[in-house]
Design a protein around this ligand. Structure first.
Ligand code: OAD
Ligand code: ZN
Length: 277
């Protein structure tokens, strides 16, 4: 297989022709907003990595600890903003929409920065920090309260010396639906859990139909998202990876742009001279 191209002019020709663009994103697209990625430096909260707390078993064992972790992550997002990469994607969607062309974001991120940047077509494969799901009645709702419940106020400090808050389960976030009162959990996909079949179905549809795909800031190691870009490329569709590292899928793709997403995406997705003014 030939090495992926890093020619921006060549990518821009494919971009000018595309009518249906999928932008697949991972934690790296938010790195320049100051949100830590999972793999690599900065992935710790207290003495744990996300992979240890983002599991159904951890929540079963210690819902207080897992809620402290998610409370912290929700609160942190209040201090972060979408970066140039999120904004370039959102502006491109808006502009191409007026030309009858489609841009859709399929993200593994739960931080909602694509939404805040103005993207409208978004599939959140792993859920959202700002949604809850009731463990009893299963209801999913948006929740942007800060703090999410009084007992979590000032809790969730990330430093390794911080004391666990050990909040009694009846003081953790509870379902407000009449007669329910069940324990709420973050509406995010945890390790060992499957994706929402409806969301996965929509993502597969978009991937089957797209004629250009960008894969931005993901290590492409977590399935099923890891196989999305290679399977689109296998159909003969141009796929461009934007990542300061090579990944396990790089060599199966048409393009690799080596560097931070914020440095490449504004140029990659800017108005092409062939587009109407
Ligand atoms: P990872 O932390 O595995 O990978 C982040 C990727 O972003 C790496 O390949 C980095 O090289 C790249 N990167 C870093 N800075 C970047 C920048 N400025 N611009 C572009 N790329 C940059 O994150 P994900 O691939 O998103 O799942 O991880 C996938 C899933 O594994 C997550 O959704 C989460 C995690 O465990 C669940 O929680 C279920
Ligand atoms: Zn409920």
């Amino acid at each position: 297989m030939t090495a992926p191209s890093s020619s921006m002019p060549q990518f821009r020709e494919d971009f000018a022709k595309a009518k249906h663009i999928v932008v697949l994103t991972g934690a790296g697209v938010s790195a320049e907003s100051g949100v830590p990625t999972f793999r690599g430096a900065g992935g710790y909260w207290r003495k744990w990595q996300a992979q240890q707390l983002a599991t159904p078993e951890a929540f079963e064992d210690n819902p207080s600890l897992v809620w402290e972790f998610y409370h912290y992550r929700r609160e942190v997002m209040g201090t972060k903003d979408p970066n140039k990469a999120h904004i370039a994607i959102a502006e491109c969607e808006k502009r191409l929409k007026s030309q009858g062309r489609r841009v859709v974001v399929i993200t593994q991120n739960i931080d909602e920065l694509h939404k805040r940047a103005g993207s409208e077509n978004i599939l959140e494969l792993h859920g959202s920090l700002f949604k809850t799901r009731c463990t009893k009645c299963e209801e999913v709702i948006e929740n942007r309260l800060s703090p999410i419940c009084p007992a979590l106020a000032d809790k969730g400090a990330p430093d390794p010396e911080a004391k666990d808050a050990k909040i009694p389960v009846d003081q953790l976030p509870r379902c407000k639906k009449a007669g329910c009162g069940g324990l709420l959990r973050p509406h995010v996909v945890w390790f060992g859990e499957g994706l929402d079949p409806a969301v996965l179905d929509s993502a597969e549809n978009e991937l089957d139909q797209c004629d250009l795909c960008l894969v931005v800031g993901t290590s492409s190691v977590v399935y099923p998202a890891a196989m999305f870009a290679p399977s689109v490329a296998a159909r003969g569709v141009p796929v461009a990876e934007f990542n300061p590292e090579k990944t396990g899928v790089t060599n199966s793709l048409g393009y690799h742009f080596h560097g931070p997403a914020g440095s490449f995406l504004p140029e990659a997705l800017a108005r092409h001279p062939s587009e109407p003014e």
